[in-house]
Design a protein around this ligand. Structure first.
Ligand code: PGA
Length: 231
């Protein structure tokens, strides 16, 4: 299966550490998107000319008086092709709303950057409830979108905890997300994210309706990822 692997470095790796990582990086012909901190983006491109570059956030505004913000045009100019939006950590710690997330997505699309929209229920809940929660997130974030997107299903309770859903749970939700996006007429890939690593990848890789993975902790380690790329 030709999976997409999107690595979310989060607030890890200095520019120097990213440079070292990229000098040893070997995607083994896999589709690997490296979503590094803004300060490291230059090092991705400089040390690996074919790497797919992602960011982890973007301003909902265009350039102007927004101290400390980064606009989508600045990302595009650096060769950024993908950007994570609405990660649960930003929804929680930075109080990002669905309306802001929709604006950020609009700014990215204007610059031909593919959004990687993160959705997922905050706690373990029955499918009926979690699917409603996720559907609402999708509809609000993508209400004005026609271009292709990537949606990452990340149950918040699985992120960084080692507590992963069963394949059946992943399949049910990813199938549901594909259905929602079809109804909205949006072309999309659906990723799974949350504690995906070298111990569980063989199992999770068998889940149907999954086009790839959004990977946090494991993505920081080259040797762990090499195992995973081998399949
Ligand atoms: P994790 O993070 O793989 O460390 O659980 C995933 C994410 O937050 O995107």
């Amino acid at each position: 299966m030709n999976f997409i692997y999107a690595l979310n470095f989060k607030m890890n790796k200095t520019a120097t550490e990213t440079k070292e990582y990229m000098q040893k990086f070997d995607s083994q012909n896999r589709t690997v998107i490296i979503c590094a901190p803004f300060t490291s983006i230059f090092e991705i491109k400089n040390n690996h000319k074919d790497a797919l570059i992602g960011a982890q956030n973007v301003s909902e505004f265009t350039s102007g008086a927004h101290t400390g913000e980064i606009d989508a045009k600045m990302l595009a100019d650096l060769g950024v092709k993908y950007c994570i939006v609405g990660h649960s950590e930003r929804r929680k710690f930075n109080h990002e709303t669905d309306e802001q997330i929709a604006e950020k997505i609009a700014r990215l699309v204007e610059q031909n950057i593919t959004p990687i929209l993160c959705v997922g229920e905050p706690n373990k809940m029955a499918f009926e409830e979690s699917s409603k929660f996720v559907e609402n997130q999708i509809k609000l974030a993508l209400k004005n979108v026609q271009s292709p997107v990537i949606v990452a299903y990340e149950p918040v309770w699985a992120i960084g905890t080692g507590d992963v859903p069963t394949n059946e749970q992943i399949e049910n939700m990813c199938e549901f997300i594909h259905k929602c996006l079809n109804e909205l007429n949006i072309q999309a890939k659906v990723l799974y994210g949350g504690s995906y690593n070298s111990k569980n990848y063989k199992t999770i890789n068998n889940a149907k309706f999954v086009d790839g993975f959004l990977i946090g902790g494991a993505g920081l380690k080259l040797d762990e990822m090499e195992l995973i790329y081998k399949g």
